[in-house]
Ligand binder design. Sequence first.
Ligand code: UGA
Length: 435
Amino acid sequence: MKIAVIGLGFVGLSLTSVLASKGNNVIGIDVDVEKCKKIRSGIAPFFEPNLEKLLRIGLKKQLTITDNFSLVKDCDMIFVAVGTPQKSNGAIELSLIKKAVASIGRVLAKSKNNPIVLIKSTVIPGTMQNVILPILERRSGKKAGREFGLISNPEFLQESSAIRDTEFPHVIVLGGYQTKFMKKAKSFFSRLHPNVSITITNHQTAEMIKYANNSFLATKISFINQLSNICQNIPGANIDDIAKTIGLDPRIGVLFLNAGPGYGGSCLPKDMKALIGFANKIGINPTLLNAVEKTNQKQIQNIVSIMENTLGALAAKRITVLGTAFKPNTDDVRDSIAIELIKKLLKKKAKITVHDPKAIRNTRNIFGGKICYDESITRALNNSHCAIIMTQWKQFGELNNKSIKCMKRKLIIDCRRILANKKLDAEYYALGIGK
Ligand code: UGA
């Protein structure tokens, strides 16, 4: 079996590397020639634990990395994992996926192969039926379900555990018509993930499952953040003890109840906006989803208020931002709340120094010379009026009296409560812990 993966971002490159490391004949395709060159030499274009290790194993086996689309012509399965970024109106941008499927269609027109095209990219319900299928049929001159298969196969991997999630997914979703292609796809996934449950459904339901998943996760986060804000005003109340305890109720579950500065990253904020926009468009007022989003947007103001209440005017205050990655174990700063916070603080004329174990380079790409960067946490704290912990890097839990000694004012605002159980000689404010 020959497999193509189109789009070598987090989803595509993780899938490519996992499949190739198991010895499958895989072709990873991306339009970015420089990116392909880098990947071919065994270097991942972004940090993701264990990714390079599997990529290099794959490259020693049967993995090909190329920008040449025509190589999909002998493939039995073609995964499409290109991005669907957000447009300024909140809707998703389909141009990359349209281009990718048009290229597949053109190759199929000249091929005798009957492959299965699986769409991993996140798309609004109806996109498969109304956009992707017509492009593929028109460009290939072939009929979906008869001469090629077309399956929605949403992805649930998280950045920072992308490899583990790709190897051990909690579910496989296959959306499409009940044809021989669906049977073949089911047997492929059953062999790849023997004990994983497979949901077989239609295109629109599969597309909606992805949005249901991410919007529920966002709802859990906004819920706990709202409770965290209430706790902050109850002297002694601790949101972590509350989250841990309610999480033991199997109807609630403990995951995604970590209060913090709000959800960021390239997925939850974008998917929430796209789902809200889609609901409005079809005449449903998504009141709960709107509240989830609003709660998330307001969380940053809560942080700025704590800063202003403790520091007074922020102009000329030296603030050390600890963590700019949108979560630990990644160098990704896309839609990171820390980045948004820095923008707000710069507007208030604060002087910013950042430290992040992995994301300094990507942060520098955004702010250039407007802020300072330091690879050493102690140096980053030197002469600072306030340290704010934004990302839950475990290294930040190792801060001690020695490392904060050099601060001008020993004020710590901990959005992740990493230091809550430490006795530090400092003024300490934590999101979700009542003063
Ligand atoms: C998210 C989903 O978790 C994945 O299942 C999905 O496949 C992916 O989007 C996607 O659509 O591609 P990801 O963006 O990697 O994954 O990040 P998450 O781990 O979900 O974290 C998102 C944000 O929520 C981060 O800013 C994180 O700090 C925040 N978060 C998460 C909390 O504030 N509290 C929590 O308890 C969990």
